[in-house]
Design a protein around this ligand. Sequence first.
Ligand code: RIB
Ligand code: CA
Length: 325
Amino acid sequence: MKNTPIILDCDTGVDDTMAIILACVSPEIELVGIGTIWGNVDLDLATQNTLNILAMCGKADVPVAKGATKPINGSHQDFAYFVHGDDGQGNKGMKGKYGKEISLSAAEFIVEQCRKRPGEIELVPVGPLTNLAVALKLEPNLPKLVRGVTIMGGTALTPGNVSPVAEANIWHDPEAADLVFRAPWPITMVGLDVTMKTLLTEKHFEQMRQAGGVAGYMARISEYYTTFNEERSFGKRLATMHDAIAVGIAAGLVKAKVSPNVNVEVDITSGPGRGQTICDLRGIYLDFPAQKNAHCQVPLELEEGFAELFTARICGAGEAAVDIN
Ligand code: RIB
Ligand code: CA
């Protein structure tokens, strides 16, 4: 299979870390670079976490570009330290600081790379969509220059996780998300419909602990996050792997069994629907007939086995290339 060139865009907390490690260790992926964004944690911390994880995986040569510190309309930002810990690494991150970001901004980096390699790159934003919205303003032709955009964010038929209807990455910056969903590029919206159903268990984490090295680090930083998942979502020790699923879908490591191509709109009102991704699934009883102008695939059900594939990949990551204590 041909490698998929990917630019990730991360607000690096725990599940972003899962996504970055998966991208580093998967031969199907060429990790072109990573943009960073505020979201789970502030921008500086998201950037340092990203640099540290790349260094741990022996991929310190992958460029990291800093992005937005706040939503595109300049309004306030909220963080999710209560989900990812004060260090965005479950309060068990490594002490050292490795690497340095490049001088281009995340949006400039996206535009530069997509101009260099028209039609090749898959953008995989797994945080708020501000950097992509800024990139669209810098290069209005960007939708013609990418292979596609695989977004971790939104939800179609499943409740939201920050409001009854909104998922965090969209809710952080609905105006940016609106620009991104309106742009005429092929989108895959990897939302809570699939990410709340494909979960890591204690059995997976025990395998990672046994493997040690990078996998041991992944298990160590996931404890706090799993406790959050237990208390707030599942009532047992299960962990979501939202961002890793987006990487898996983007690179073909996991396929959707049901993924209609439908129109999606983002609610940018200030009412209770703010941040909702309104997906036109009215064709559900007719096997989703084609919709005019639709350019967004919405996976509703995945093949089995991704948590196992993910665990095997992470367990094969080997020793850390830097001191992770
Ligand atoms: O709603 C889940 C998403 O919000 C994930 O990308 C998580 O890392 C946070 O950014
Ligand atoms: Ca994220």
